[in-house]
Design a protein around this ligand. Structure first.
Ligand SMILES: *Cc1c(COP(=O)(O)O)cnc(C)c1O
Length: 368
């Protein structure tokens, strides 16, 4: 069976091997006589699943021992409230707004704490990354929020800022929803990272939070217990019923990631090499083309989400219909930006990007 290539921004393509294993284990997980969906989250079977998922993720992302890994629910958007509820301590928070997602985070946090706009690229239509040296960081901020990959605008932070060097003692919080596990994370610069699973880790319904241990235990009194990081951590992500099937699927994805190699590299380092090659192929093609254009500055183009436009927008529908016929799905851009967007997450292989470039080249040639 050949499946089309799926360029969806999320929920997004998952590795075929993962889907096949889940299908094989659907009715009877490893001789238990149960589907993972039917198991008690407190039973020994599911306990082994969640423990393996956590330790595999810790290994893959090289998460240091003084960070906790939490499996939560509510997605990235809920974290826009949950982070200030846990970290703002009644004080102010600095926001770097680089696109739609950090704009949403900034707005939502305003319900729970004083928010300050440290930098924004709105005047550049979210196509450039404000130089960290120009960020107006406040002395007393409880944390600094940064979206390290703006899924809609196609901006990625390739070098996480060293806040100390910029004169801030605040912890850095990153929303890494759409590039988690596509590249290593420099935990010496990050104090909390959160992300929905449905872009690069598994199905929707699971939210990953990786948080430095000393940040736990400071939630505001109004914080719902199920969203208090300390409560979640103290209960091994089982204060309430966790999204068991999504954790299982993410766990299978972690095992798949651990099996991936590129030369000497394995796991996330191998994925990074592949993702660099995929992104270079697509951006290089777009840049030399007469028909397609990507408007993001060269130093912050996302390796995961590539928005592009046809210079002749009257051909958008024809482009999408032809793509679908060629087995290239979900290339329509986000409604707030328009045009096209190719999301090329871990599960989308180089061959998929090659097929896309071949189609784009043919479309440009035959219908210019
Ligand atoms: C998708 C996404 C979100 C929102 O996630 P939900 O699970 O829909 O709440 C937040 N931030 C970023 C960067 C995203 O890509």
């Amino acid at each position: 069976m050949t499946r089309p290539y799926n360029f969806s921004a999320g929920p997004a393509a998952m590795p075929a091997e993962v889907l096949q294993q889940a299908a094989a284990e659907m009715l009877d997980w490893q001789g238990s006589g149960m589907s993972v969906m039917e198991m008690s989250h407190r039973g020994k079977e599911f306990k082994s699943i969640i423990e393996a998922a956590e330790s595999d993720l810790r290994e893959l992302l090289a998460v240091p021992a003084h960070f906790r890994i939490l499996f939560m629910q509510g997605g990235g958007l809920a974290e826009n409230a949950i982070v200030p509820l846990n970290l703002s301590r009644g004080g102010a928070v600095d926001f770097v707004v680089t696109g739609s997602w950090s704009q949403k985070s900034f707005k939502e946090a305003g319900k729970y704490c004083e928010t300050r706009l440290a930098a924004s690229n709105a005047a550049q239509a979210h196509t450039e990354l404000p130089d960290p040296a120009s960020w107006r960081l406040s002395r007393d901020a409880q944390y600094v929020h940064l979206c390290s990959n703006e899924t809609i605008n196609g901006i990625e932070v390739h070098h996480l800022p060293d806040l100390k060097a910029l004169g801030s003692d605040a912890p850095l919080v990153i929303d890494f929803s759409s590039h988690v596990a596509s590249r290593p994370v420099d935990w010496s610069r990050v104090s909390l990272a959160f992300g929905g699973a449905q872009k690069n880790l598994g199905p929707a319904g699971l939210t990953l939070v990786v948080v430095r241990e000393d940040l736990l235990g400071h939630a505001l009194p109004i914080c719902p217990s199920a969203f208090d990081y300390k409560t979640v951590a103290d209960n091994g992500s089982m204060y309430n019923t966790p999204p068991t099937y999504a954790i299982y699927m993410a766990g299978l994805t972690f095992q798949w990631l651990k099996r991936q190699t590129e030369g000497e590299l394995c796991g996330v380092a191998a994925m990074e090499q592949r993702n660099l090659a995929k992104a270079a192929l697509l951006y290089d093609f777009i840049d030399q083309s007469q028909l397609y254009v990507n408007k993001v500055a060269g130093n912050c183009r996302s390796r995961m989400n590539v928005p592009f436009f046809l210079r002749d927008e009257s051909r958008n529908e024809a482009f999408l219909a032809g793509a679908k016929a060629a087995g290239l799905l979900q290339l329509k851009g986000h409604k707030s930006v328009g045009g096209m967007r190719a999301s090329i997450y871990n599960a989308l292989p180089l061959a998929g990007v090659q097929a896309l470039v071949t189609y784009m080249r043919d479309f440009e040639k035959t219908r210019a």
